[in-house]
Ligand binder design. Structure first.
Ligand code: SAH
Length: 212
């Protein structure tokens, strides 16, 4: 169920849905998604669907992970990416193979602890994790060339816009609790933010405050 053939099938599906970046496809093929979820769910790891990871949260659908990663790389390779919503740690693990450094913020400490254990087990050393409300970003390492948000706020948090570098991009689902949200690509230009609408998506909502 977690065999190479199953993973190859997933990659073919991502390709047929429009993912073109071969490096992204290769990382999606090699990253063991089944290690980012409960063993009870692992038989479904290479289906192209979001799956529960506890605490009312989900690991994102592989197509969405690949799509957002492709967009993050579309203006060249950023020196670092800020992720809001570590969750299982899967999206950050995919990014860690494609960019030099990933910073990821999560509000539920138990998920962060599990993600840290997974990175240790997989020998991934270029991801730094922080337990906090990610609406505030991670100011110490700002500005960022790329920000990826994997939970949906009602509106784009000002703190994240402030931490985007000039020429930098943010990929973010907007729409909070609504049934369908909009995936936005925001580019910071010298004197304005330019917004482009990508896909209709469904993420868990971005919630306020950090909880232990
Ligand atoms: N990138 C994750 C997706 C997890 S789902 C993965 O690959 O598995 C979204 C995550 O965002 C959840 O873990 C949720 O707890 C977290 N989240 C929601 N609101 C947040 C906030 N304000 N700050 C940080 N994390 C938040």
């Amino acid at each position: 169920m977690t065999s190479q053939r199953t993973r190859d099938r997933l990659v073919e599906r991502l390709r047929s849905k429009g993912i073109q970046n071969e490096k992204v496809l290769e990382v999606m093929r090699s990253m063991p998604r089944h290690l980012f979820m409960d063993e009870a769910m692992s038989s479904r790891s290479y289906e192209d669907s979001a799956l529960p990871i506890g605490h009312g949260q989900t690991i994102s659908q592989p197509f969405i992970v690949a799509r957002m990663t492709e967009v993050i790389l579309s203006r060249g390779i950023p020196d670092a990416v800020l992720e809001v919503g570590t969750g299982s740690g899967y999206q950050a693990a995919i990014l860690s193979q494609l960019v030099p450094k990933v910073y990821s913020v999560e509000r539920i400490v138990a998920l962060q602890t599990q993600a840290r254990e997974r990175y240790h087990m997989l020998g991934i050393h270029n991801i730094s994790l922080k337990h906090s409300d990610g609406s505030w970003g991670w100011p110490q390492h700002a500005p960022y060339k790329a920000i990826i948000v994997t939970a949906a706020p009602e509106t784009v948090p000002q703190g994240l816009l402030d931490q985007l570098d000039i020429g930098g991009i943010m990929v973010i689902p907007v729409g909070g609790q609504q049934a369908v949200q909009k995936l936005l690509l925001i580019t910071r230009e010298a004197d304005q933010f330019v917004e482009e609408e990508l896909d209709a998506v469904k993420f868990v909502p971005l919630l306020n405050g950090a909880i232990s």
